[in-house]
Design a protein around this ligand. Structure first.
Ligand SMILES: *Cc1c(COP(=O)(O)O)cnc(C)c1O
Length: 361
């Protein structure tokens, strides 16, 4: 017997989500963003499942790109943060990496280099996120430098990133779109704007290249109902099992600090999952898990590798029974709310300790 904590990764759901997302805007190309080890689903497995479907992958760093090439992935890979130093230019050329150019230093490195062949470049423009990209005042000059450089291939892409696209009533997205479209006016290059929330929520954010991350993994960037988001299938299901059961009397407490107190005689299941397994310590009492397909609330502070669950209202619970923490039939956003965070954080934070079990339903 091994520990029951497992992350089941459904690669058929991943492909379903890719096709669904790609169909939102059939005229555009949808890059699959698989940085941070594919939001901790396993970048190699995710890339293998999407190779042939996705025209390009997005990763953060050259290391993440090299890991994919080492595994035999041949699809173009965009380095979303660009290069960190000069030596990486040759590697990018050899490995068919596309590079973002997002600051003056990267621009200088690229235009001053002596390269055998030009690189595929995405010029990042800062329209209000204020994280990466050229400010609008310097973007024209960067654009001119790139279009005149023999180190830059003809298929330059103009890109920006939205700061507030998950808030559909926030006018800031509109302001970013106006600023970006103004910059792109009269320029023949392809453009790229939307992340998951942009793709689902902002029709004007669709452009030649969409960059989809979260929604490929089956989570919605919105906390309210959304028609297309409701058709996504969760890729990661976090599961574990009950390893102990006890009755506690009214007034007795459960777990560290005794922060949960029984309001009635209760049946408490101890489940083998905790904050060392990516289930956040701050998760509030009452956050649901699934036992026998029914919701049951967590009871007491999350420990390093255990939680308490109040299973008083569920029939015939036994040691060994399976428990779902999120994923199949339990929306990860419900857990994210209980943990005061986002599904992004829960998924990407899944540590290596939890075995990944790949299925292809
Ligand atoms: C991570 C990332 C994305 C994907 O964002 P999601 O919200 O997960 O879809 C898109 N573009 C850039 C530049 C990113 O860094």
């Amino acid at each position: 017997m091994s520990r029951p904590a497992q992350a089941i990764i459904d690669l058929a759901a991943l492909r379903h989500n890719y096709r669904l997302v790609n169909n939102i805007d059939p005229a555009s190309q949808t890059m699959a963003v698989i940085k941070a080890n594919g939001y901790a689903h396993g970048a190699v497995e995710v890339a293998q499942a999407l190779e042939g479907l996705a025209p390009a992958f997005g990763v953060s760093s050259i290391e993440e790109g090299l890991a994919l090439r080492k595994a035999g992935i041949t699809t173009p890979i965009l380095l979303l943060q660009g290069l960190y130093n000069r030596d990486e230019l040759q590697i990018a050329l050899i490995q068919h990496f596309w590079i973002v150019v997002q600051n003056q230093l990267q621009l200088q490195m690229l235009t001053e280099a002596v390269l055998d062949k030009p690189l595929n470049v995405w010029l990042k423009v800062d329209t209000g996120m204020h994280r990466l990209g050229f400010q609008l005042s310097e973007a024209e000059q960067a654009y001119t430098a790139l279009t005149q450089s023999s180190n830059v291939a003809d298929n330059l892409v103009l890109a920006t990133h939205l700061a507030c696209a998950d808030e559909l009533d926030n006018d800031f997205t509109h302001q970013q779109l106006v600023a970006f479209k103004q910059f792109c006016q009269g320029k023949p290059e392809q453009t790229s704007i939307a992340n998951s929330a942009g793709l689902l929520g902002w029709p004007e954010a669709k452009s030649d290249w969409d960059r989809a991350g979260l929604i490929l993994y089956g989570a919605s960037p919105f906390l309210y109902e959304h028609e297309i988001a409701s058709q996504l299938q969760p890729v990661m299901t976090l599961k574990s099992g009950i390893i102990a059961l006890r009755k506690v009397e009214k007034g007795e407490r459960v777990g560290y600090g005794g922060i949960w107190q029984a309001q009635r005689q209760s049946l408490i299941a101890t489940v083998s999952i905790g904050y060392a397994d990516g289930y956040p310590r701050v998760t509030a009492n009452g956050t649901p898990v699934l036992v026998h397909g029914q919701k049951a609330p967590i009871a007491g502070r999350v420990s390093m590798d255990m939680i308490g669950v109040d299973v008083t209202d569920i029939h015939n619970v036994a040691i060994g029974d399976e428990v779902t923490l999120w994923g199949d039939s339990l929306n990860i956003n419900e857990v994210a709310i209980g943990a005061q965070t986002l599904s992004y954080d829960l998924l990407a934070g899944m540590p290596a300790r939890v075995p990944r079990i790949y299925i292809n339903r």
